[in-house]
Design a protein around this ligand. Sequence first.
Ligand code: DGJ
Length: 551
Amino acid sequence: MKMHSSMKKFYALIFLAFILHSDLLVAQKDIPHLNKVGDRFELIVKGEPFLMLGGELGNSTASTLESMEPVWSRLKQLNINTILTPVYWELLEPEEGKFDYRLVDELILKARAYDFKLVFLWFGSWKNSMSSHAPGWVKLDQERFPRSKSESGISQEILSAFSDNNLNADLEAYKHLLRHLGEFDKENQTVILMQPENEIGMLPSARDYSDAANKKFSENVPADLINYLQNNKEKLNPETIEIWGANGYKTSGNWEDVFGKGLHTDEIFMAYYFALYTDKICAAGKAEYNLPAYVNAALNAPGRKPGEYPSAGPLPHVLDIWKAASPNIDFYSPDFYNPDFKLWNDLYTRQGNPLFIPEHKFDNSVAAKALFAFGHYEALGFSPFSIEQMPGNPFSPKEEKLSQVYNIIYQIKPLLDKSRGQNKVEGVLLDKDVNEVTFTLGDYEFKAAHTFNLGWEPNSKSEEWEPAGAIVIQTGKNEFYYAGFGVTLTMKNLKKPNERVGILKTDRGNFIDGNWVVYQHLNGDQTHQGRHIRSFVDDVCIQRFTLYEYK
Ligand code: DGJ
């Protein structure tokens, strides 16, 4: 049968489209991306799950290569595999439309040489609320690039989210950056994740009072926000329900009609427009090179009113609003400079938001918290802030501990990858206040206690208890791995309540090239004569243990 030539063309076109499409699919699949496993997410880099054992640089360290020079090897010693580093708008685009990629490229090349991955923090329109990283040509032309105004009409060094000029200037720069990364780095994939903007927030008023903002505030709440709230009503966070419900779940009217009058509505309004602005920037970047992206938040101190803290950032109480307006942002992250680690992480992981902690004050709790984050939340990554600014050789104790903990997490990564999203892994974080927790893995209930409870270590009588942490992974019906420090584990079999659980065998060892290599067979004093699994606070280690029951 002869095919008509127009028919031939038609099939050829379909074939071409298919090839192109599958090419795109392959290309997309090869770019770092998130993958859902069970109820958790993993970050896939070059086809493999990647855990970000991270550290974020101090704000100005990556502004020259000279200042970075001593940093690289030190971070290597810390066993970091991912560096979070700013990319500064003012340095990338010192003159409008003229982009200088030299610093970015050199950072990437150095990172490659040291085998680090990079997360780029785009210090664009906003960095800690302010617009201090905007280039001079933006700062100086306030007619064209308007500022936010406080309630009393005073201009702030905060670019207004209600100006298309502001948005487009930032968006163009971000777009160029991502286009460049697509060209320069797609093959190597040194840059694995983007953070557009940094700790967005409104100060000193809960919302912008510029003319453009006031106009928007008097207009109806955009339909896409209302639709989002209606379509997701079942899963909205209680904070949203409380406000929207208190006002009768209204579906039309201006901001005060729908959410009521007050600072909370000012913050919701602002959150929506911050999210919209950031999302447009993020989308423009992704259209060039589709790297995953997240935004981070400065956590609000309890008891402060909107405007007294950087308001309307991606904070838990306005996260529904953010989600409605930022479909291109893959997840939302907390920065920790205050306590209540578990409380905030619990708030951030609602609705399946994957946990990534881009910043944590570099204190003596980070090693334990890294274990807790990767174990309990199956986090994508963890990253103390100002990781390089700890001069001194040898390491300070907290550097030492973090380095050791990153090492053991790296070793058990294949086990973490395998057990992700299947309730086979748990993490604990213990201190003087919370010195005992219970959790279940398979048939076993574990009691995890801080080893200072035993009173056997030199510091166990001191006022301060160094935080302790561990990851426990179930690898067989009665087989488990412990990775951590300062934790004692005792077990019960929930299926056999009348029997006691004993330790069949405990080994301490390491994964070398992926194989478990025993260093010591632990028993006697090291297991309290078979009563518990344990490593002291100064003993960061991995143990493999099996359990049995006796009557
Ligand atoms: C949080 C910010 O995101 C960081 O860039 C830095 O400013 C720290 N706060 C505080 O040093």
